[in-house]
Ligand binder design. Structure first.
Ligand code: NAD
Ligand code: GLY
Length: 358
């Protein structure tokens, strides 16, 4: 089992990555001095697969099952978690456990942040995306009609337990979407992880659990380094938004129905390579390396039929916008460069190129 320490202003916490470590959950929580009782929140898909067993092992009541998927990541479900906790007599000492993908861990963390003004929680991520990204770093929150993750809090978990065995039930499309975030993270901080991608796209296999542990733990190490430097995204953490400006616009322009988030990030990485090349901040060889990694994720949902003007309009309401416009993150040979200002005409040109050539 790999153990990675993540520094936080609320106190350091551990991310544990291993194979078949879920049975150890009670022991791991006790080791983290994580109170007792451990109410479990999961979703309707993960519940029967992993959540109910986890709750039973913890000696907890059956878990609260939220509807599965991004549309559920809304205020009513957070209120539901809080009222469920109240009905169970939970007080300030309660310790919540979220078992699921990023939607469950973001909402469980947010409920923990606001219930009785803040209780402790643990994340048990069951998607690759949640293991390498969402469960680490303390961002929690929900969506509004106006956009994704517009309400939330920095409220880190006390423990993260990533059991790669849970990836055995994850649909291949979801797994590959998670790989897009792993590619992003590898580019930022550990290029050796890119070598694991061509094999990983074939899917999870128990015989190769060690490679999955290496990919997840390696990605978490990079994210932990970034978060240690800048937990509240005042500077260095913006690097993790590589590929996300175009990704969010593609998702919004298609009503969040065409792309899984990671698939949109894959297109966003392609756009970022083109912008970086045209700005002269990325060599042809390095750009090819990043594009080759993204190509492993094909087939991706298409972008050729989208209206570039609509995508551009969604870019204009990006969360990372300030008075000076959007602060873009672009890849460089060594890592990334932050706060790049890019004119709409240049973006339109890149979107058109992306639509014509992929
Ligand atoms: P998700 O939680 O919706 O999970 C994807 C689907 O897979 C769901 O239908 C879920 O029920 C199912 N699933 C989960 N685990 C499974 C398993 N082991 N077997 C079978 N099915 C399983 O989506 P996600 O991709 O995990 O997370 C996306 C969310 O994460 C977004 O809301 C995004 O904003 C958030 N996110 C947060 C951060 C952060 O720093 N907090 C970072 C990245 C993404
Ligand atoms: N996923 C981006 C971040 O955690 O900052």
């Amino acid at each position: 089992m790999e153990r990675i320490e993540v520094a936080s202003e609320r106190g350091a916490y551990r991310v544990l990555v291993g194979e078949q470590i879920l049975p150890e959950l009670p022991h791991l929580l006790e080791e983290a001095r994580a109170g007792r009782g451990w109410p479990v929140v999961t979703d309707a898909t993960v519940g029967p697969l992993w959540g109910a067993t986890a709750a039973a092992r913890l000696g907890s009541d059956p878990p609260l099952e939220l509807p599965a998927g991004e549309p559920a990541k809304r205020w009513p479900q957070v209120e539901r978690i809080c009222r469920w906790l109240l009905r169970r007599g939970a007080g300030r000492g309660a310790f919540l456990v979220g078992v699921g993908g990023g939607v469950v861990t973001d909402m469980t963390g947010f409920a923990a942040a606001i219930f009785l003004r803040g209780i402790s929680w643990a994340a048990v991520p069951t998607t690759l995306l949640a293991m390498v990204d969402a469960s680490v770093g303390g961002k929690t929150g929900i969506n509004l009609d106006e956009g994704k993750n517009l309400i939330g809090a920095f409220w880190p978990p006390s423990l993260v337990v990533a059991d790669v065995d849970t990836l055995s039930t994850l649909p291949l499309r979801e797994l590959r979407a998670g790989l897009a975030e792993a590619i992003k993270t590898a580019w930022i901080g550990d290029r050796s992880l890119l070598e694991l991608i061509p094999d990983a796209v074939r899917g999870y296999s128990k015989g190769r659990a060690e490679r999955w542990i290496a990919l997840v733990a390696g990605s978490v190490r990079v994210k932990a380094r970034v978060v240690r430097e800048d937990e509240r995204e005042a500077g260095a953490r913006q690097a993790l938004n590589l590929g996300h400006t175009v990704a969010h616009a593609l998702e919004a322009a298609t009503g969040y129905e065409r792309f899984l988030h990671g698939e949109a990030v894959a297109w966003g990485l392609r756009a970022a390579v083109r912008l970086a090349r045209s700005r002269g901040v990325l060599s042809a060889g390095a750009g090819r390396r990043l594009l080759d990694a993204v190509a492993c994720l094909e087939p991706l949902p298409p972008v050729h039929d989208l209206d570039a003007g609509t995508v551009l309009a969604h870019l204009a309401v990006d969360k990372k916008r300030d008075a000076g416009g959007i602060a873009w993150v672009l890849p460089t040979d060594e890592g990334v460069v932050l706060r790049q200002r890019i004119e709409p005409a240049e973006i339109l040109e890149v979107l058109g190129d992306l639509q014509r050539h992929g």
